[in-house]
Design a protein around this ligand. Structure first.
Ligand code: MN
Length: 233
């Protein structure tokens, strides 16, 4: 290859990379549109969400937030393609493999949401207290060449297998998409696989009532002046 040819090849690949980065940015912007539409960021301290395309190779994040909204539920969030795929789990997770927990898929959330604990003002979307109940990383449960692609495939197929590395939740799990319900807001089942982290008959939601970050109870979060409450005013 001549020097000139090599230079133009480099330029082309730089253009290709920049185009791909733009595509990722656009996709992420679109992915969070529903999240942003539902919230008034002049009133809630929840993050607006801004992701740069320059993602480093690192473990994917997972978080569970206990949320005392109109109805108490647990929000399970798993990072995929620059956003947190999210499910509202009314009863919360169970370590008992015979317990299938209903998980209603909700809009993708920004990755910055993973550190949010505090109060969403009354009258705002999801108004109520939010507790960080568990957090850590997650991965595809088996050795494979492209684990992220395997996770993506599983998610799209509605047979989403993953392994959690949290403080409270560990081991292998699956989210199975049900055929019923609104295709925009599908219902799934969250199930613990049988492995050394399974605990039949154990109620982890009752056993762990406090924040994994601050050790506060829901009542303390609701009463306490949150550090992030309307910090932008
Ligand atoms: Mn919620």
């Amino acid at each position: 290859m001549t020097a000139r040819k090599a230079k133009s090849t480099t330029k082309r690949s730089v253009r290709r990379v920049k185009g791909a980065q733009r595509a990722v940015r656009t996709r992420e912007k679109g992915a969070l549109a529903e999240y942003r539409r539902k919230r008034d960021f002049t009133k809630t301290a929840e993050p607006k969400g801004r992701r740069s395309a320059a993602r480093q190779k690192r473990a994917l994040a997972f978080v569970i937030q206990k949320h005392a909204a109109t109805r108490l539920h647990f929000d399970l969030r798993l990072e995929l393609d620059g956003v947190m795929k999210s499910w509202a789990v009314p009863k919360g997770p169970s370590l008992d493999p015979s317990e299938k927990r209903l998980a209603m898929q909700v809009e993708d959330h920004p990755i910055e949401y993973n550190t949010f604990e505090g109060i969403i003002p009354k009258g705002e979307y999801g108004g109520g207290s939010v507790m960080l109940w568990d957090r850590g990383t997650y991965a595809y449960p088996e050795k494979t060449d492209d684990p992220e692609q395997r996770l993506r495939d599983g998610y799209q197929r509605g047979d989403f297998k993953f392994e959690l590395y949290g403080k409270r939740l560990r081991g292998s799990w699956v989210l199975v998409r049900l055929r019923r319900g609104d295709p925009q807001k599908p219902a799934w089942l969250l199930i613990k696989h049988r492995d050394e982290h399974a605990r039949p008959g154990y109620d982890i939601v009752a056993a762990e009532p406090t924040s994994v970050r601050s050790r506060r109870t829901m009542e303390q979060i609701a009463k306490g002046r949150s550090r992030i409450w309307n910090s932008n005013r």
